[in-house]
Ligand binder design. Structure first.
Ligand code: SAM
Ligand code: SF4
Length: 328
């Protein structure tokens, strides 16, 4: 079992398999994209699989595939299949923007994927274009339908931004009336790959009181251990609502997660500037035992919370990394 120096059990790995993306969400990256990771710096399928295998032998039983957009990576479905076959894994899930996802849903079901996080910041076609800089709203909605048809649990991720999509909050809550989806409103974080600073007007408190004003009957439900969302339900609605205080960082005390970037960097906290590069260690010929020792010592140094991580590691320029290279 992997434990950090604060006694937190680390059993959840978020693996970003690519940094490239077919959208250009304003909160995540600039219009021109990023300076993408070079092919030889990107981990190969074999390296990713080896890292997943080493982690599962160390007690990780939950892996989320993310990116960039996971399905932009060549043959990502094959990699997902291989990861799904790891013996110790009990929970494999994916975060996707839904553009290329629909065609793979039958396979995802076959590989045992029970839950997909689908990013959708608005139910309005024009606002979708404004936020993502692409005209792909219908594709995302088709993916949503198909996931539900296949009885795959869907969590919708919505980043809330002043002046961009706050009028979507109530329509998105209404989506939970007849659909068994979990809509999660996320505080915007400063990871947009650019210069702009964010103004966090729509923090947890503001989002919650806005929903409560429209649905005074809203009820608090249980937050599973290590959940990043505060969870709610409108009585008699099929689905549920969550708020993720991603910027306020009020959930670090129960953190059970680590991240691997597409180039192989182990980040023990989202707000950490950098970390050890496991791909380099693999390419230098390290054995699994040696990799495990490196991982144990990195995890031991996992910061207490996102505030400490930011203070220890980030320079002003690093703050504006893109979420697409960190993995969300
Ligand atoms: N491309 C996939 C997608 O959009 O679902 C997976 C990668 S994306 C980086 C993972 C998650 O991070 C998405 O749900 C996205 O909304 C969220 N995200 C990206 N940039 C963010 C930011 N600056 N603040 C908060 N959440 C962000
Ligand atoms: Fe792409 Fe996801 Fe970033 Fe949007 S949030 S630009 S879909 S990686």
């Amino acid at each position: 079992m992997l434990t950090d120096k604060f006694g937190r059990n680390i059993n959840y790995l978020r693996l970003a398999i690519v940094d490239r993306c077919n959208l250009r969400c304003t909160y995540c990256m600039p219009e021109k994209g990023l300076s993408w990771i070079k092919q030889n710096e990107l981990m190969t399928d074999e390296e990713m699989l080896r890292i997943c295998s080493v982690f599962t032998e160390m007690g990780v039983d939950k892996i989320r595939i993310t990116g960039g957009e996971p399905f932009v990576r060549k043959n990502s479905i094959k990699l997902i299949q291989k990861i799904s076959e790891l013996e110790e894994l009990t929970d494999l899930s994916i975060t996707t923007n839904g553009l290329l996802t629909e065609q793979y849903i039958p396979q995802l079901k076959k590989y045992g994927i029970k839950s997909v996080n689908l990013s959708l910041d608005t139910l309005d076609r024009d606002r979708f274009f404004k936020i993502t800089r692409r005209n792909s709203f219908d594709k995302v909605m088709k993916t949503l339908d198909r996931l539900l048809q296949y009885d795959i649990k869907v969590k919708i991720n919505t980043v809330v931004m002043e002046g961009e999509n706050t009028e979507d909050i109530i329509p998105l809550v209404m989506l939970t009336k007849d659909l068994p989806v979990d809509v999660r409103f996320i505080e915007e974080m400063p990871f947009n790959g650019g210069e702009t600073d964010i103004s966090l007007k729509w923090n947890f408190t503001q989002i919650y009181s806005h929903i409560k004003d429209h649905f005074p009957e809203i009820q608090k439900t249980d937050d599973p251990k290590s959940s990043t969302s505060y969870n709610y339900k409108i009585p008699d609605f099929e689905g549920s609502v969550g708020i993720i205080a991603a910027y306020t960082r009020s959930f670090c005390g129960d953190c059970n997660r680590i991240r691997i970037t597409p180039s192989g960097i182990l980040r023990t906290c989202l707000y950490e500037g950098t970390g050890i590069n496991l791909k380099h260690e693999i390419r230098m010929g390290k054995t699994d035992e040696e990799l495990k020792n490196i991982i144990i010592s990195s995890i031991h140094k996992k910061p207490k919370d996102g505030w400490e991580a930011e203070k220890l590691s980030l320079t002003a320029s690093q703050i504006h990394q893109s979420m697409a290279t960190i993995g969300g």
